[in-house]
Unconditional design. Sequence first.
Length: 114
Amino acid sequence: MKKNAAVLVSTSVFASAFAALLAAPPVSAAAARSENFETYCSVCHGDDGTGQTEQGRKKGARDLTSARWQDKVDDARLTRSITKGHEKMPAFEKKLSADEIKALVAEVRTLAKR
């Protein structure tokens, strides 16, 4: 009897934990973005990278999620664009270190839809 009660309690605890895990909200795009991305990129490119923000539409911000665009652009080009700016995109070389820019390039790469 004690063994059955222990199994029942264990199963109940496991089921409750599993149900709580399933009920947890998914991590939002904003929560997945770095502080630098949120500060310098999201205004135009959006938390999701699509460029569908008010500022992004005004400036014609690139859709960073485009696999086709991501395949055409190498990391050196992304680094140059973040560092020196590109068309209506401002330069961030005075606001970000080389390591921070490198981290943003890596983060942009995670946005590609495959």
